[in-house]
Ligand binder design. Structure first.
Ligand code: UN1
Length: 512
């Protein structure tokens, strides 16, 4: 939020900035207030990506009304026909991948390769989930009475509010939008205020794909718009990805109206490195898991739990590699690690680095400083940071930092390592590096997370497997895979009695 706000204060008078709109009922419109906010490149705050409508409750009302008006026709459109439009959409995203990628890096900061992966994830999600239009399987089951049929089908839940974060600007909106649509719901999206262009690109592609007016609506803006969506009485479901604090507030608000709510929130993910691990492979994975997307992933490897026998060797290799990472503008193909999203994020991450040094008294083995010289002065750049000799229970070991900072923690036995990994309030992703199949399976069994990797880092989930976590990471739902259909559809049990007489279940005797 600070990114846009700050930029607005600094640059609001600059002319010739591209102007974007809300998408409501098939029209591209200004906000009711007539106010705007600016989308700033976090690698270069003099670069304004565009100005976007700053929406309020009035805009949300209009978007919800449009989604409501479109609901019946869309719900009654056969799912395979809905899916055809989604296949069109997948092709449009695929054809525009390069442009979407560059625009994403410009507004979000992640390096081009990763932005390309983000767009690819939206393409994969759209193709895969569109395929559900010809499945959306229900089931039949025997009835307990003679001449009676029992079956179960999925029905749409109704109007869905989708609230998306900054870190996966196109992938995460697609995880929510595509299953919502294939199940027959209409939607209002409130996109992340730091990355409004990528969600807008996705919505524009929906328009080009022929998705009818009113089925997909987009409001740009801040928490005010998000809160109005959460509180709107015509919204039946809220799907949210973001911080655990905001998610909890959303869940509380949704409880008042009995809204369905699916939450994907924080993580404090860990990699275990056993003494038999391929150390170079584990170092590669740790670098990627900890510093990819500048550590701004819910799945980031923010803890690396290393067996005492290989601890020294692992730390030496990791620190050497971390120091060699090139920090810079994600648009430069030579950059390994881009900026963080905005000044607030920078402050929070630096705050944790201070806590690591002064409160936790861990060893700062690499990085730790904000970069401010030369071109760095224009953006929010931070050295990739490694703390070593970190102990379970330290604040940097327990709390989500959401930045390029990782903690290395020594351990002696696998059970101890598992206890460390599980000893946080979150439960999104975990990983173990080992060559021993027994240890790998034991860890897969004991690590209480929604996702677990063997011989790879905690990031890199694929769209056809469920995504989500245990404990404070979520509220029991899973996105992606076919499991996401359980968020965006409700079961309807159907009984057909063709006996021609009254048959009372549980009461009438059945002749055998
Ligand atoms: C996130 O971390 O917020 O598994 C989403 C991954 C990506 C999605 C991450 N496919 O790392």
């Amino acid at each position: 939020m600070a990114k846009a706000k700050k930029a607005k204060e600094k640059n609001v008078s600059k002319p010739a900035v591209a102007t974007y709109h809300n998408y409501i009922g098939g029209e591209w419109v200004k906000s009711a207030s007539g106010e705007w906010f600016e989308n700033v490149n976090p690698a270069d705050t003099t670069d304004i990506v565009g100005r976007f409508p700053k929406s309020n409750a009035e805009d949300v009302d209009l978007a919800v009304a449009a989604a409501k008006a479109a609901a019946t026709k869309w719900r009654q459109t056969p799912a395979p026909k809905r899916a055809e439009l989604l296949f069109n959409l997948a092709e449009i995203i695929r054809d525009n991948k390069q442009r979407y990628t560059e625009e994403m890096t410009r507004e979000m900061g992640k390096v081009l390769k990763e932005a390309g992966g983000d767009v690819q994830e939206a393409i994969d999600c759209t193709y895969y989930t569109a395929g559900e239009g010809r499945r959306l399987h229900g089931f039949t089951t025997p009835a307990e009475m003679k001449n009676k049929f029992a079956m179960c089908v999925r029905q749409p839940v109704g109007l869905c509010g989708l609230i998306t974060p900054f870190n996966f600007p196109m992938a995460i909106p697609s995880w929510k939008l595509i299953p919502a649509l294939v199940c027959g719901n209409t939607v209002v999206i409130k996109s992340g205020e730091d990355v409004p262009l990528s969600a807008l690109n996705l919505v524009k592609a929906c328009e080009q794909a022929g998705i009818p007016k009113g089925v997909v609506n987009l409001v740009n803006g801040f928490g005010e718009a998000g809160a109005a969506l959460v509180d709107h009485k015509d919204v039946r479901l809220i799907s949210f990805t973001g911080s655990t604090d905001t998610g909890r507030k959303i869940a509380e608000a949704c409880a008042r109206d009995n809204k369905i709510v699916s939450l994907e929130m924080g993580g404090k993910n860990a990699i275990i490195v056993m003494d038999d691990a391929d150390i170079d492979n584990a170092v590669d994975g740790s670098l990627w898991g900890a510093f990819g997307t500048s550590g701004q992933r819910c799945t980031a490897s923010s803890r690396i739990v290393v067996h005492k026998k290989v601890y020294k060797k692992f730390v030496a290799k990791l620190v050497e590699r971390v120091k060699a990472l090139r920090v810079g503008n994600g648009l430069d193909p030579k950059t390994d690690v881009g900026p963080v999203i905005h000044e607030d994020a920078m402050q929070k991450i630096q705050g944790y680095i201070e806590i690591g040094k002064k409160v936790d008294k861990a060893t700062l083995a690499a990085g730790g400083n904000r970069l401010t010289k030369g071109n760095y002065a224009k953006g929010w750049f931070l050295e990739p940071t490694v703390f070593t000799d970190v102990k379970p229970g330290m604040r940097i070991e327990q709390e989500e930092i959401f930045g390029p900072v990782t903690s290395v923690i020594p351990f002696s036995t696998l059970d101890e390592a598992i206890e460390i990994v599980n000893g946080v309030k979150y439960g999104l992703s975990s990983a173990i590096y080992t060559q021993d199949v027994n240890k790998a399976f034991y860890a897969m069994q004991e690590l209480y997370t929604g996702i677990c990797y063997v011989n790879s880092a905690t990031i890199g989930a694929e769209v056809h497997l469920p995504f989500g976590g245990t404990k404070a990471t979520g509220n029991g739902h899973r996105e992606a895979g076919t499991q996401v259909l359980d968020i965006f559809s409700e079961w309807k049990s159907l009984y057909v009695d063709y006996s021609g007489k009254l048959q009372k279940a549980q009461i009438d005797a059945v002749e055998i």
